[in-house]
Design a protein around this ligand. Structure first.
Ligand code: ARG
Length: 582
């Protein structure tokens, strides 16, 4: 990729100018901060000034003198205090485009060291409604998994479903009195009932001492494997699972369920291990590890509780067991956890304890990928008009019907007739794509406000805008009766500024995906695709394609086709489908 090549060349120039001992330093080649100065810039001269005891400009010119980039860019120029600027040659861009034209990966390299990576995402809780937080985790986690997979990593997508814990004791105890068939007959309830029964059970649990007692006994029964409790629990899990699966089907999400219950048999071993390592302490009767660097309001160290007074285990204990299992059994080299930012301290605590307990071998990386809240258009937590939490299924249905309404209005204006199949398909792809894109295009760490109108708009940084750019290219091929898959190679000629700008952008995909892998910020890919669509639209509005004479015509068709393929690939990495017409 271009930036890598430039980095290599700068590295060689530094060695030639100042000696091999400078071969390890970061070359600081980055995309130019301002396109007026070129395409890439190198800032290394400024950072070398102190070491070399020379002026940065002098250093820059020595590097430039030793640079061998004649086939790639115009002679580098030195600007300001000592930046080296590179402007790519049209001829170089042309060869690069011709290369990727024949490459289904569009120049995106496979990583040299594929890593076994666990992406822990979605992870809703049984007997509770999947909420917008889980939607964010699902969309962001899926996109991260897709990108890592495409880069060549071996990804295990895990759904750490909340399917274990005291809430089941409560629920089973309640169902025994209120709705016993739910524990013996499959599909006796739907998830809506289950959620409201859960709420009622919780109320009983909070008010009624006797009920609390029987709920605790149910937990013990369940944990000791009592047949009827186990059976009831499984039915409840299946009930929720079906509902989750409908959402995953709508969103085209693949993931392996491995819920909290899976790790249950391993929990006593974790507590023993912590004790063996001398890390275990007591806090108000509970077993815990006191965290270093985390204090509560009164300044005393914060505990990570691993076993409660009643002997039950915690969310954190399960996460320690899961972490250990993923490293030991799954051989994970990297574990990525996608949850709301509210769990930042939880993961910091778990990672610290794992580290101190020797569960984190060198070379294994654990990363919490936090995200902000989903807000309504009023800037407050997203709710229905009556103040309830929004059901995901309703939210997705509404996005699809919004997309359908927009499309039908457009069909009237454009005086077009389309079949119901076409209309439904377009509405589905646009509606779901819009929801995903609205989420992914935000820097995940900030809160974002959910607005159907904004996400469905044909203009702006939205899915429909990008889908439309893709459709425009397919329109060219239909209109000109051209099979874009059969365009001749070695036919790119870049002349107009819009062509050069578009070409350079197309060639940056590999670089951008590398960045996304580094920061796990899919919004960078969105931004890239948005700019690609803008640059394509500018090119298409200003330069004739079908009406251009040869050789420009074919060259511009290749550029258009590469734009479309880049959009399709990029969107697929966000989990978004494209349409041939819309
Ligand atoms: N079930 C949890 C929740 O709804 C998310 C689990 C995230 N993954 C993990 N390994 N803790 O908040």
């Amino acid at each position: 990729m271009i930036i890598e090549i430039l980095r290599n060349r700068v590295n060689q120039a530094i060695i030639a100018a100042f000696g091999a001992e400078y071969g390890e330093i970061d070359t600081l080649v980055v995309p130019a901060s301002n396109p007026r100065f070129g395409d890439y810039q190198c800032n290394v001269a400024l950072s070398l000034a102190k070491k070399l005891q020379q002026k940065p400009r002098a250093i820059a010119s020595q590097i430039a003198d030793n640079l061998n980039v004649t086939s790639i860019c115009q002679p580098p120029t030195i600007a300001g205090p000592g930046f080296i600027n590179f402007t790519l040659l049209a001829s170089y861009l042309e060869t690069q485009l011709e290369k990727i034209q024949r490459d289904p990966r569009l120049g995106v390299e496979q990583v040299k060291n594929p890593q076994k990576t666990v992406v822990d995402f979605s992870s809703p809780n049984i007997a509770k409604e999947m909420h917008v937080g889980h939607l964010r985790s699902t969309i962001i986690g899926d996109s991260i998994a897709r990108i890592l997979e495409f880069r060549g990593h071996q990804v295990l997508r895990l759904n750490h479903v909340g399917d274990w814990g005291t809430q089941f004791g409560m629920l089973i105890a309640y169902l025994r009195e209120a709705y016993p068939t739910a524990l013996t007959t499959a599909n006796a309830l739907d998830l809506g009932d289950l959620v409201s029964l859960y709420k009622k059970a919780k109320l009983r649990f909070d008010d009624d001492e006797e009920f609390r007692h029987s709920a605790r006994q149910e937990v013990v029964k369940l944990q000791s494997g009592a047949e009827d409790s186990r059976h009831g629990w499984e039915l409840l899990c299946n009930q929720s699972r079906r509902e989750f699966q409908t959402i995953y089907n709508i969103l085209d999400i693949k993931l392996t369920e491995r819920g909290e219950s899976f790790y249950n048999p391993l929990l006593p071993g974790i507590v023993e291990e912590l004790s063996r390592q001398g890390l275990l302490a007591e806090s108000e009767g509970a077993k815990c590890v006191f965290l270093e660097g985390f204090t509560n309001k009164t300044g005393s160290p914060q505990p990570l509780i691993v076993q409660k007074t009643d002997g039950g285990y915690n969310y954190a204990t399960t996460d320690l067991a899961a972490l250990n299992y993923r490293i030991q059994q799954d051989k994970a080299q990297k574990i990525i956890y996608v949850t709301d930012a509210g769990q930042t301290n939880h993961f910091a605590g778990v990672f610290q304890v794992a580290q101190r307990a020797g569960m984190l071998p060198e070379g294994v990386e654990v990363k919490h990928v936090p995200f902000g809240l989903v807000l309504g258009e009023n800037g407050k937590k997203l709710q229905t008009r009556s103040g309830e939490t929004v059901r995901l299924r309703d939210l997705l249905t509404e996005a699809v019907s919004g997309a359908k309404k927009d499309l039908e209005a457009r069909l009237v204006i454009e005086n077009r007739q389309e079949t119901p199949e076409f209309i439904n398909k377009v509405a589905q792809v646009v509606g779901i794509g819009a929801v995903k894109y609205a989420d992914l295009s935000q820097n995940r760490t900030s809160d974002y406000s959910f607005s159907y109108d904004k996400m469905l708009a044909l203009q702006g940084n939205t899915a429909p805008y990008m889908l439309y750019a893709y459709v425009r290219v397919q329109g060219i091929s239909r209109k000109g009766n051209i099979n874009l898959d059969n365009l001749p190679s070695r036919s790119v000629e870049l002349e107009q500024p819009e062509e050069l700008i578009l070409a350079k952008h197309i060639l940056r995909l590999n670089e951008v995906l590398g960045e996304v892998e580094q920061d796990l910020l899919p919004n960078r890919l969105c931004q890239y695709l948005f700019e690609l669509s803008q640059k394509f639209n500018l090119f298409y509005d200003r330069t004739p394609v079908l009406k251009a004479p040869e050789p420009q015509r074919t060259s511009r068709l290749v550029l258009s086709d590469l734009t479309a393929r880049t959009l399709k690939l990029g969107l697929s990495l966000l989990g978004i489908e494209v349409l041939e017409r819309m």
